[in-house]
Design a binder for this molecule. Structure first.
Ligand SMILES: O=C(O)c1cc(=O)[nH]c(=O)n1[C@@H]1O[C@H](COP(=O)(O)O)[C@@H](O)[C@H]1O
Length: 276
């Protein structure tokens, strides 16, 4: 999916919500367990209940890999029921020497038809470039993550005397590898203090923002500080939506939570995107 299509969908749905599909077999509502493929059935109902409120789905691959071959089957079936216009993110956090990254790219972009994949920048240019193979397929590079461990390396200052954080160097260098039509950055909602520094370096790029809800990040703050004139944000919520209820009403409750976020997003879009 190209950038213009993504923005069109944001305008149409008045939403920049990404729903995480981190489907844990241990957390499924009991009444689904008799199903032939409970993980798929759970995802199918979540998608049916939320597809008009969100612009992206982000299955975290770990939740499928952990189940072995049947997990990959559930993932493939899930992709098939995501409506065509909704952006898909393989949250796989890959990246390796060039020829291996090529195979990761093939796995997620060809064997499975994801629009994008999350990639770790640590191994540098030759580990990321194999994912930048064609228009409409995106790299979402980890820049400043939402977790406590982000403090261990990402905000260390470099020894070159420029008072620059490591994540800023990641943004500077990697933004020369691809345009804002092929690269996005992960910036945690818990990192609002640094968002202005992120935007100073990558004003045009979309940011994938996880960490609202269960991790405590604020949608208001990240929207105020991070939005650009093409919205420029995909804000993810996973547990806050998909596990809103563990009962028979799980899909209805998921919709209610997604709707709350969408309605808040509609407000920020009107406030911060000028030509709306
Ligand atoms: O790449 C990600 O999506 C990601 C990056 C990051 O910095 N923090 C983060 O939480 N994530 C993912 O975003 C999702 C967050 O889920 P919730 O905390 O349940 O909303 C999980 O799939 C995480 O793996």
């Amino acid at each position: 999916m190209i950038r213009e299509q993504l923005f069109e969908q944001i305008l149409k749905k008045k939403s920049y919500l990404c729903v995480g599909l981190d489907t844990d077999p241990k957390k499924l509502p009991e009444h689904l367990l008799d199903n032939e493929d409970p993980v798929f059935e759970f995802n199918r109902q979540i998608i049916e209940a939320t597809a008009d409120l969100c612009v992206a789905y982000k299955p975290n691959i770990a939740f499928y890999e952990a189940q072995g071959p049947k997990g990959w089957v559930s993932l493939e079936k899930t992709l098939q029921v995501i409506p065509e216009e909704v952006f898909t993110i393989a949250d796989a956090k890959r990246g390796d020497i060039g020829n291996t990254s090529e195979l990761y790219a093939r796995a997620f972009f060809e064997t499975m038809n994801f629009d994008s994949i999350t990639v770790a920048p640590y191994m540098g240019a030759d580990s990321v470039k194999p994912f930048l193979v064609q228009d409409g397929k995106w790299v979402i590079l980890l820049a400043l993550t939402s977790n406590p461990g982000s403090q261990d390396f990402q905000v260390l200052t470099l020894a070159d005397g420029n008072e620059e954080y490591l994540f800023e160097q990641v943004l500077k260098t990697s933004s020369t590898w691809a345009t804002a039509g092929q690269m996005m950055y992960v910036v945690g909602a818990t990192q609002a203090d640094y968002v202005e520094r992120v935007r100073a370096l990558v004003p045009e790029h979309f940011l994938l923002v996880p960490g609202v809800g269960a991790q405590g990040g604020s949608l208001e703050e990240i929207s105020r500080l991070g939005m650009n004139q093409q919205c420029g944000l995909l804000v993810n919520s996973t547990r806050g939506i998909i596990y809103a209820s563990s009962g028979r009403d799980f899909a209805k409750k998921a919709r209610e939570e997604a709707l709350k976020l969408q309605q808040e997003m509609e407000k920020y879009l009107e406030q911060y995107v000028q030509h709306l």
